[in-house]
Design a binder for this molecule. Structure first.
Ligand code: GLU
Ligand code: ZN
Length: 295
């Protein structure tokens, strides 16, 4: 069967500015799309207003622009898509696939992130409750282009998971699956922190009868002390004047050709140059990369 033409995307959460780790993910997704003449979209994952940093949406887009990225359609914001998420939730509640959970954080302590199924048969009302999706005792796995095969037994390793939070906010897992399909995404390229969300997303795709995209999970850059870059402290926005130098540094992290002379070139030229040399098979096959080893 012929694959549909490539459509990739970068889907930042505006809970902070773009940091070097997210630049590496954006760059991978961009080059992987452009190298095959594909389309590339940007989607703002703004589903969590309490965690949003004011001005971050605009700042992220400005940084992408300053770094030479061009996207092919208007930016989609998940905050505009809540009707689509609510419709699916409603259907699953009616079918008994989803149910209300009133467990407090405290009650769930000690279950190691694995929901014990306490509310499964309780028929709680929906007010002041999270909504969870029942998961089957089945393995969901896939072949990642960088990380290789990855699978999880959803019942044993994840448990029934939250698709709408108790505060009424829609959860990432369902939104990402609906939006990737709605935008016709063929290739999901993102940070390896989401590798262990992917089996849940495969299950959601199956329930919804949606096609499964290809996946490429980019190694996460860590600080020399092993902490994930950008999450443990508030990173400042990436400086526009260092765009070409930081793009070249990101290329080196990704195992790609780099050329010090290009530090003087415009960022768009660096991207064009890197597109023609892109080889995803050279990305280091690991889930993390220490930042300090890049220079
Ligand atoms: N919004 C997510 C993040 O910033 C990425 C989601 C995805 O690429 O699937 O971590
Ligand atoms: Zn519960």
């Amino acid at each position: 069967m012929n694959r549909p033409p490539y459509i990739g995307r970068f889907a930042p959460t505006p809970s902070g500015y773009l940091h070097f780790g997210s630049l590496v993910a954006a760059l991978t997704s961009y080059l992987d799309a452009r190298a095959v003449g594909g389309r590339w979209l940007v989607r703002m994952e703004d589903l969590d207003p309490p965690r949003e940093v004011p001005g971050a949406q605009a700042a992220i887009l400005q940084t992408l622009e300053a770094y030479g990225f061009e996207w092919d359609a208007e930016v989609v914001c998940q905050s505009q898509r809540t009707d689509a998420y609510a419709e699916v939730l409603q259907r699953w509640l009616e079918q008994g696939l989803a149910y209300a959970c009133t467990c407090s954080r405290k009650q769930l302590e000690g279950s190691n992130g694995l929901y014990p199924g306490t509310c499964r048969e309780q028929n709680h009302g929906l007010s002041d409750a999270a909504i969870r999706l029942r998961v089957p005792a089945l393995r969901y796995g896939f072949n990642d282009r960088v990380q290789g095969t990855f699978a999880q037994d959803l019942a044993r390793e994840v448990g029934d998971f939250v698709i709408r939070r108790r505060d009424g906010l829609h959860a990432y897992q369902l939104a990402v699956v609906l939006d990737d399909a709605w935008q016709g995404i063929t290739d999901v390229v993102r940070g390896a922190d989401l590798l262990d969300s992917t089996p849940r997303q495969l299950y959601l795709q199956e329930l919804l009868g949606l096609p499964q995209p290809r996946y490429l999970h980019v190694p996460l850059l860590t600080q020399p002390d092993g902490h994930k870059l950008g999450k443990t402290y508030r990173s400042p926005a990436l400086p526009a004047e260092q765009a070409s130098a930081l793009l070249l540094r990101a290329l080196r992290a990704l195992g790609q050709d780099s050329d010090a002379h290009l530090a003087q070139a415009r960022p768009a030229e660096v991207l064009a140059w890197a597109t023609t040399r892109w080889d995803a098979s050279r990305i280091p096959r690991s889930t993390t990369l220490a930042e300090a080893s890049l220079d």
